[in-house]
Design a protein around this ligand. Sequence first.
Ligand code: MG
Ligand code: ZN
Length: 219
Amino acid sequence: MEVTVMKNILGENDRIAAENQALFKEKNVYVLNLMGSPGAGKTSLLEKTMERIKDKVRMAVIEGDLFTSKDAERIEKHGVPVIQINTAGGCHLDAPMVQKTAVKLDLDNLDLLIVENVGNLVCPAEFAVGEDDKGVVLSITEGDDKPMKYPLIFKESAVAVLNKVDLVPFCNFNLQSAEEDIDTLHPGMDVIEVSCTKDAGLDAWCDWLLARVRAKQGK
Ligand code: MG
Ligand code: ZN
């Protein structure tokens, strides 16, 4: 019985996600659904991304959060348009939430929209929001066992950003085995090692992102 209910919810979500995807295609906007645990560094990655590329592409951010606008305030400081979605305790963003929010953005003058999902390694991966790609941020402090424990988010994502790699010497994190596990779950997936606090690896990440925008826009 519960399985049926869940299927119906996902079916309705997928229907709206397809509408969102059609809108983003019409407007020629590349959309990344950025996921990861609380504290993985999603917002920090966005801050570093904006520093590097906000003058190269017209970008905007949708911020998902349970109750606060703390992350949106961090984005706003960079002068990039940002809209906050508060899920009021909901543990993921869904397509209807993004639909209601995206229409408030100036989509005609946008190349890149990044949706920062609610911090959670589980259900954000199950709910499409109309994105072109999903991306997952995994930080070294979370442990190298997380890909195998949360396989869906790695299978669904086009890219895994391993953040806080400067902390590898202090954590019991085996980079090689984590990356092998990711490749087992999603062969050929792009994996990018970064440290937001040490400003490392971020050009490679931005190059990846800009290449996806260009590919969508046929440039
Ligand atoms: Mg955040
Ligand atoms: Zn959820």
